[in-house]
Design a protein around this ligand. Sequence first.
Ligand code: LAN
Length: 700
Amino acid sequence: KRVEELRQRFVDNRLTQKHSSDELLRLQCEGRRQSGPFPVDKAGMGSSGAVPAGTVEGALRNGISFYEGLQADDGHWPGDYGGPMFLMPGMVIALYTCGVLDSTLSKEHRAEMVRYLRNHQNEDGGYGLHIEGTSTMFGTALTYVTLRLLGVSPDDAQMEAARAWIHARGGAHNITSWGKFWLAVLGVHSWDGLNPMPPEMWLLPYSGWTGVGWLHPGRFWCHCRMVYLPMSYVYGRRGTCRPSALTEALRQELYPMPYDSIDWNKARNMCAKEDLYYPHPLIQDVLWWSLYRFGEPLLLGSRLRKRALAECMKHIHYEASYFIICRALSWRAVLADCMKHIHYEDENTRYVDIGPVNKVLNMLSCWFEDPDSEAFKRHLPRLFDYLWVAEDGMKMQGYNGSQLWDTSFAVQAIISTGLGSEFAGCLKRAHDYVEQSQVIEEAQAPLSEYYRHISKGAWPFSSRDHGWPISDCSSEGLKAALALAQMDPNLVGAAIPAERLYDCVNVILSYQNWDGGWATYENKRSFEALEVLNPSETFGEIIVDYNHVECSSACITALTAFGKQFPEHRAAEIARALKRGVSYIKSIQRPDGSWYGNWAVCFTYGTWFGCEALAAVGEGWANSKHAKAACAFLLSKQRADGGWGESYLSCQDKEESGDWPQQHISGVFNRNCMITYANYRNIFPVWALGMYRTKVLQHK
Ligand code: LAN
């Protein structure tokens, strides 16, 4: 009933776009505040109302009023953060393996999930890596399996089409490495058909002086390391689902040949051409072959393996090999001790975990460790943080939401218009969310043993419960807090205490890398060259936490804004950081004047951040060749209708409701996978017009 209610709400949402503004106002005033798409803030609407569009101010008032209506009670803007298609299969396979699929997901959840998957089948019968992608084996085989586990019959027409797609490409063993892993967990692909992921890599010394220390997973990008940690745990013990009639049927359905006739050794390196974004280099073939041939037969079931599995669960590094040997010999004692390892991540994120992939993998590891454990039970309720129902059905999101990120942008956008005091109720609630989501405590000590960067003072992408600090989220959170601090506290609430802002500045400064740039969650701990070890086939740039124009620019603009309000605090360090940061930004500008955007589509987004950084230190068209080149790039991309790229601003419906229509998917990660940012279409036009109003119109 609840799901149906939610679905209806989305249908309503689309319908109301066709209402006139009077009708819209009436609908809003009916008081759908809790659940409706147009909840109304009496104070905000009272003062702003639906002003006819046509003028910049009118469009802004409409845009903000509409958006205010979508704000949740705690001050953030809920939004769809779906897009990737490879996430829900992991959850469904894990739940099925743990024997709790039907008891965890209600009938309605399962029905909505099936609807979502049905909606995103491509015309050729396959499924993409993400909702707008062309078909891949990764998307198709995993979705097929998921639909079967959710109760869809193999005789269903859509299933037949998907199966035909898989068979036409030789069978499901042509899936990418992460896909092979999930199929092996389910028992419908042999573990012998996987390249090794030895948990022993966690036993390497961490120190760079040892040479091999550079290969230690603690140096990898946190998302990569947190995924391979439980993956290697499950692989290391070959954790497999108990066979059932369904898994037996799947063994027959997924392959055009008899299951037992498959050459699994050959399958290790087989990958459908549709999936190959990052083909692995020869060095990996040699490495995986030697581990497969000589390493695994020795390690599987050995004491060292038990020791390594325990290590995974604890996630502790030992500087000296002396320790490894001593510990390996007393593995029983360590085993008990080492349960804390995967648990560290679980406990420090209150079982949300850093992302959707390690969330379900950690849950599965806890179950393999002890199906009756408290840890496993605690995992289940926090699966729902990742689920979202929209007009296309229920999906698993790319994160537990983008709450703080969207809220801090929305705050800056609304304040930029100069109309902030008219929307005080909305800003006050947003202020609460910004205040409530700042991370105010470090993760459990000792941080270095768990490879964690400091967090106190940072802002996360989503919520305080999640709590992983991120450079640009901290910066956007800080900028929002600073902008709100300049407004009347009687209107928007008391400013966040200066000490807490100092903590944030401390995190931002600590994030700057030796070359002046900023990466995402941590410092750059390794070399780009290590990307040769990326075995995923699907994703690019996952091994190292690289610098990005977005992160670097956000840190620069935040430090500049902070310096204006607190000129005395760590002034010399900030000035130095800015100087190094700006020269880094200039060094990565492309010859055509643009910057490559890593986290949304694409050059326009990247160039926005590049320009912001230059503008923050006073460089613009008139005095900087870098700014001039960037403007020339943007101007050269303007379209005949006046807009840019996919998200042109002047669309028909804006006069009606203040909404802007959702167009193509706008976010991206690891070069190849797209992700939805549902709030951008409301925030960015308001921000752009707002700045136009305050910086251009008001100065005329
Ligand atoms: C995100 C979401 C937020 C994003 C920004 C803050 C926008 C960006 O500026 C920095 C990088 C960051 C934090 C980011 C990194 C990659 C994430 C975590 C994601 C795109 C959300 C989902 C994605 C994650 C890697 C998905 C799981 C897939 C794997 C390959 C592990």
